[in-house]
Ligand binder design. Structure first.
Ligand code: NHX
Ligand code: ZN
Length: 597
């Protein structure tokens, strides 16, 4: 989905690049041709010969550019000579009746051949410049120098803190940075050590880039952006030189923000003597050198983003480097609602749309996910010719972000379709029978992305802790699909592999990380605690993992065996209607529905 959209925008751009390349080659050819036809290249002559020519009154005029003399003879011939650094020839030439001009550009007297050579290049640069200003999504982005950093400022509406929702604490912490960029004197007068680097920590899509741009926008300073992975090139030394270049650019534009995304790509703690990471290390060292080189008057703040602070080289985190840390969490329900409202500002919503309800259905979504939900909904509304975005479009937007767009063209036999239906209703009934499971919001036999069908559940509230009972319920729910296939068809399919992977993962973590098995209250040995599981321990871990999965599977089987009639009834209904939402499912379950044990 995302890839597809990117391609769409990339296509016309690629076309322009190709067109520019063709144009470039053609114009070079033309300029060479024209240049040859019109004016022969000037002849290189020694300065002594040139002065002799002047004595013989064979020179018309001379243009002196630094130590280069461009001369035109009485017969129209052109000459070029070099003179010594301190030597002045003007007096002598003037006495010989030569017209003398002095210019200080890199090139003297623009003859027609020079114009022929320069014009196409100027046009190409102009075209490239226009493409960068008006082309594609980064229309205010400029690629800068050899560093490859993009600079954002100037004409477009700057990003401000109002555009960043759902991360109030981070905003408060970064507001101080804004103050520093705006009024550096105030802090210096107090003798305060001004921050150089801020580390933004948070999972993907939580707005690390956005909030950094907002800092630049609020402070009205330029914003340079580069990704750590762009530093790590194939050739040793390129990364370091890019860092140098980036900071040279930044110093010229100070005060400014330098944003380094994915700093972990360069900032992983350095190896243990084995090389092979020379390039990364050089790049990292260069970065440290640059930051240490900031003096009290360098108004540059480096903001680095990562979702793996644990792997960073400690040297990066020392005082005077990235010594400030700002954490960005995935948004809670209030944050999600605020984010949805920001993105909805520019989109017409039907009056009955309840963004609070959408926020409730999107637990675990990042800011970027939520932006995608609204964007998908807007596309759907526009495509169906509606005046405004409704609840239906928003819910479909959620499904697209969760599992991709519908794939109705996927041809499935009736028999397979019925396996899919029973599999999904199996999941749903197990979820509905366990009070520790989350509510079901959607059951569908329409293929989406990789999946042939799916069952979606959403927690009622955000939570930061999960109990063992909840995890057991999640495992049983994941195995409900497989249990239904087995119960109804007496055979099982490969389709459940995703479910089985998830269950196995969960069970293993319960044993190793959460100490939720009969192995007792012990967590797996980590590298800091001296390494690996002993073979005996590994065998016990496997055994416990299998036992937990078995227990969950038996729960799922028992639930469905007891509710076989409902399973058949609802699965057959689902085959006809293809999608059931949470309320419809409750209605189908009826008032007599009870929890399992
Ligand atoms: C295949 N797909 O790969 C076919 C096309 C058991 C009724 N030959 O468990 O669709 O078998 O409850 C994300 C999400 C692979 C990534 C689901 C990658 C599923 C999904 C395998 C339903 N719903 N299995 C499910 C399913 C399959 C698969 C996925 C993924 C089926 C099952 C996929
Ligand atoms: Zn499944």
């Amino acid at each position: 989905m995302k890839k597809l959209r990117r391609r769409f925008q990339a296509l016309p751009r690629r076309f322009w690049v190709a067109a520019a390349a063709v144009f470039f080659i053609v114009s070079i050819a033309v300029s060479i041709y024209v240049g040859r036809g019109n004016a022969p290249a000037p002849m290189q002559v020694p300065i002594s010969s040139l002065l002799n020519l002047a004595d013989q009154h064979q020179l018309l005029r001379v243009d002196i550019n630094n130590n280069t003399l461009y001369a035109v003879g009485t017969d129209g011939k052109q000459y070029v000579s070099l003179k010594e650094d301190q030597q002045t020839v003007t007096e002598q030439l003037r006495r010989d009746g030569v017209v003398v001009t002095v210019s200080d550009g890199s090139r003297a007297a623009l003859g027609p051949s020079t114009i022929a050579a320069i014009l196409p290049i100027a046009i190409i640069l102009g075209v490239i410049w226009l493409m960068m200003r008006h082309g594609g999504p980064n229309n205010q982005a400029m690629s800068f120098g050899r560093s490859g950093a993009r600079r954002y400022d100037g004409d477009s509406r700057p990003v401000t803190f109002d555009d960043v929702a759902g991360v109030e604490e981070a905003k408060q912490e970064l507001a101080e940075i804004v103050q520093f960029l705006k009024y550096p004197e105030k802090f210096r007068a107090m003798g305060a050590r001004v921050p150089k680097g801020v580390l933004l920590v948070g999972p993907p899509g939580t707005g690390k880039t956005l909030i950094s741009r907002a800092v630049a926008g609020e402070a009205a300073v330029p914003f340079f952006s580069i990704s750590g992975s762009e530093f790590v090139e194939m050739f040793v030394g390129v990364g370091a030189s890019r860092v140098r270049d980036l900071f040279r650019q930044a110093k010229r534009s100070a005060p400014c923000i330098v944003f380094i995304d994915e700093i972990d790509a360069v900032g992983r703690h350095r190896g243990n003597g084995f090389s092979g990471h020379d390039e990364r290390e050089q790049t990292l060292n260069q970065l440290l050198v640059e930051m240490d080189g900031f003096d009290i008057n360098t108004n540059i703040i480096v903001i680095a983003a990562t979702n793996r602070p644990d792997v960073l080289d400690q040297a990066l985190l020392r005082p005077g480097r990235f010594d400030r840390r700002v954490t960005l969490d995935p948004p809670d329900i209030g944050g999600r609602r605020a984010i949805l409202e920001v993105h909805a500002q520019t989109k017409p919503l039907e009056p009955e749309v309840d963004l609070a309800a959408i926020a409730q259905q999107t637990a675990g979504f990042s800011g970027a996910d939520l932006a995608n939900v609204l964007n998908e909904a807007a596309i759907l509304a526009a495509r169906s010719g509606k005046e405004a975005i409704g609840r239906h479009e928003l819910e479909e937007g959620i499904m697209r972000v969760v599992a991709g767009p519908e794939r109705r063209s996927r041809v499935v036999t009736d028999y397979e379709k019925s396996i899919i239906s029973y599999h999904e209703v199996g999941h749903a009934l197990v979820m509905k029978a366990l009070k520790h499971a989350h509510p079901v919001t959607k059951v569908s036999v329409i293929a989406r992305g990789q999946a042939l069908g799916l069952t979606v559940q959403a927690p009622k509230h955000d939570s930061y802790l999960t109990s063992k009972a909840q995890l057991m319920a999640r495992m049983a729910a994941l195995l409900g699909g497989r249990a239904a296939e087995e119960l109804i068809f007496g055979d099982v399919t490969t389709g459940a592999r995703q479910d089985l992977d998830a269950v196995t993962d969960l069970a293993r973590r319960m044993v190793l990380e959460f100490a939720m098995s009969d192995l007792g209250v012990v967590a797996a040995p980590s590298s800091e605690r001296g390494g690996e599981l002993s073979p005996e321990m590994a065998a016990k871990v496997d055994h416990e993992t299998i036992r937990l999965i078995d227990e969950a599977f038996n729960t799922a089987r028992a639930i469905l065996r007891e509710r076989r009639d409902k399973l058949v009834e609802i699965a057959e209904h689902l085959l006809k209607v293809e999608t059931i939402d949470g309320a419809e499912l409750d209605a189908l379950l009826g008032p007599d529905w009870t929890y399992y044990a």
